[in-house]
Write a protein that binds this ligand. Structure first.
Ligand SMILES: Nc1ncnc2c1ncn2[C@@H]1O[C@H](COP(=O)(O)OP(=O)(O)OP(=O)(O)O)[C@@H](O)[C@H]1O
Length: 595
């Protein structure tokens, strides 16, 4: 209950911040709407008594009052909706923005990659969409219902205090409703994991890129079967929880039904004995019927508010998680240039949810100005190494030092501002080509000169040359007349994006050319090597390149061979070939493939 009240309070405060006048108007209209119906009951009672006493003037007045109140009950809600609808939408937008800020603003990637966070995030996203403006409706209706219940209770108590037990009969449905909601929430969380998998398969099935491979491998039927299976599993978890929750709610309503029967009997007997008027009996029957409805509404509103409160509580949980991920306060400035290099000292790293190290006791020195290639089999830990350099994660043990200073001591945003990167799983933001590239250095995002220069440095200007409106061409299906690009073309733009910053201390290229052919990759890297040499002269910047293509790798000043999260070999191409170790073996193997 405390969580629900806290959620309601938070919602009111949020709406107050959006537009106080609209909130007050909506509150007044919703309260008047809710009060109108119970107030119509005494008017009906008076109408009955006036009719029995054959007093047409009094009967007409009572009928007019009842009609006005009925009209208010039927119409005021619509006016209130106009006032609170916008508040609900603005609240939703505020929460969407906060969610994006939380997810993208935190230092690391753990919250996006960790499975249980992903599940909770999935529930949060679904609930946000669902509750949107309906959360405001629930809150205002709940306040209105509270007013209606109070009026009803006062009117009943004036006739016979025993009748007050009628609203009390509403307590069991409320408690049982709450138990039902808790059960449903648990089921939703367990179903979220299954539906996340099902959603992934669905996305895969309709993804135009995946379409080719799905057809070639004749995988479509398999995906449909698996998707349907997962969907059934998720539905069956939710179904059994819904059945149990419904049973709890029905039990609660049954208790109320007994109370309603007793109240009606009590007043009808008093009217028959002449202690009450017929109008009083009509009033009680009208009110008792409303109490029934009030309880049903209160229970469903409470359910809705509990759901809203849970969503808001999830937000608080997420804020706390992310606050816990904040790096320690910085106490060193990122230098203008690297004098010696980056040293990894006994670095180990374990993804917190896996229970086994991905990198284990890595000692490395990346000299200032060097181009460093990282090679190794799939899963050897290359990308993880790069993630540590970019500070998406902190090492579990050991340190990454730049000229002897632990990089965690630098302000994270300053470190990121001096890092450029292009990844294999690159972003495909649907904007104009200029912005797609320009966002690699936000202050220059709209600068044609900066974007063109970046594409030249990346050696990928040809993509834009072939676009009808050059840098002004809209890209992607979400934009009107948006051009569809191939995977390789998107990747070339991502490479340009990675080149936007002109003086990075660290340039990371994590298989950014996987969608290009070996020859194109070779040419691009020749350009990079020249560019890296220029950057190195200015800043001592280090280029780290992850690639499976040895024809490219051999250009690097230093080659690191990783195997099972450990450094297997380090040296120049010539050193490693002369040593005849794993690198030489893999190199000969690939070279033979090209002969
Ligand atoms: N987000 C993650 N959560 C849990 N384990 C992960 C995560 N990312 C990577 N791993 C595991 O860490 C190991 C190293 O992965 P990493 O991506 O660093 O390898 P890689 O050498 O870059 O591989 P590839 O050549 O296939 O890109 C793998 O066993 C992988 O399963």
């Amino acid at each position: 209950m405390t969580e629900t009240l806290r959620g309601c309070w938070e919602l009111l405060r949020m709406s107050w911040r959006q537009h106080p006048a609209k909130l007050i108007l909506a509150l007044l209209l919703k309260t008047a709407e809710a009060a109108a119906l119970p107030l119509a009951a005494p008017a009906l009672g008076a109408l009955t008594d006036a009719a029995v006493a054959r007093e047409p003037a009094a009967a007409a007045r009572a009928a007019a009052t009842a009609a006005v109140l009925a009209m208010a009950a039927l119409t005021l809600g619509h006016f209130a909706h106009v006032a609170y609808f916008e508040l609900g939408e603005q609240n939703l937008l505020a929460k969407d923005r906060e969610l994006i800020e939380l997810v993208t603003g935190s230092a690391g990637l753990a919250h996006q990659e960790r499975p249980e966070y992903a599940d909770r995030m999935q529930v949060l996203r679904q609930e946000l969409r669902r509750t949107g403006s309906s959360s405001m409706e629930a809150l205002l209706s709940a306040l209105g219902t509270a007013v209606a219940v109070t009026i009803t209770a006062v009117l009943l108590a004036r006739l016979n205090p025993w009748l007050l037990l009628l609203p009390l009969a509403a307590v069991p449905p409320l408690l049982l409703g709450r138990a039902a909601e808790a059960r449903l929430a648990r089921a939703r969380e367990s179903a979220a994991q299954v539906s996340r998998q099902a959603q992934h398969l669905f996305d895969l099935a309709i993804d135009p890129e995946a379409g080719k491979e799905l057809r070639v491998g004749d995988l479509s039927a398999e995906i449909r079967t698996r998707h349907a299976g997962l969907w059934r599993d998720g539905t069956s978890i939710l179904f059994s929880a819904e059945v149990r929750a419904a049973a709890l709610r029905v039990a609660g309503q049954a208790v109320f039904a007994v109370g309603f029967g007793a109240a009606t009997l009590l007043v009808v007997r008093e009217a028959a004995a002449g202690r009450r008027t017929i109008g009083d009996a009509v009033l009680v029957i009208a009110l008792a019927a409303q109490v029934n409805q009030q309880v049903a509404v209160a229970v469903s509103l409470l359910r809705e508010l509990q759901r809203v409160a849970r969503t808001l509580a999830d937000f608080r949980w997420m804020r706390a998680v992310y606050a816990g991920q904040a790096p320690p306060p910085p106490d060193a400035a990122v230098p203008d240039r690297i004098r010696h290099g980056i040293r990894l000292r006994d670095v180990s790293f374990e993804y917190p949810w896996t229970g086994r190290p991905t990198l284990d006791g890595v000692d490395l020195f990346l000299p200032a100005g060097a181009t460093v290639a990282v090679v190794g089999e799939n899963g050897a830990g290359k990308t993880t190494l790069v993630k540590l350099l970019c500070r998406f994660y902190e090492p579990t043990r050991g340190r990454v030092e730049l000229d002897g200073v632990d990089v965690v001591r630098f302000p994270l945003e300053d470190w990121r501002a001096r890092t450029s990167a292009a990844f294999q799983d690159f972003l495909r933001p649907e904007f104009t080509a200029r912005t797609v590239v320009g966002v690699g250095d936000l202050p220059l995002a709209d600068s044609t000169d900066a974007v063109t220069a970046a594409l030249h440095r990346a050696g990928t200007q040809d993509v834009v040359d072939n676009l009808e409106h050059g840098l002004d061409t809209a890209l992607g299906a979400s934009l009107p007349d948006g051009r569809q690009l191939s995977g390789g073309q998107w990747q070339k733009l991502a490479l340009g994006r990675g080149m936007m910053r002109t003086a990075p201390l660290l340039l990371v290229l994590d298989e950014p050319t996987a969608a290009l052919d070996a020859e194109a990759e070779f040419e691009l890297f020749q350009g990079y090597a020249a560019n890296a040499a220029r950057v190195a002269e200015q800043t001592g910047g280090i280029t780290v390149l992850v690639s499976h293509r040895f024809s490219t790798v051999r250009m690097a000043d230093l080659i690191i061979v990783l195997a099972d999260g450990r450094v297997a070999e380090v040296g120049s191409h010539d050193d490693l070939i002369a040593r005849g170790g794993p690198y030489a073996e893999l190199y000969q193997l690939q070279a033979a493939g090209y002969r």
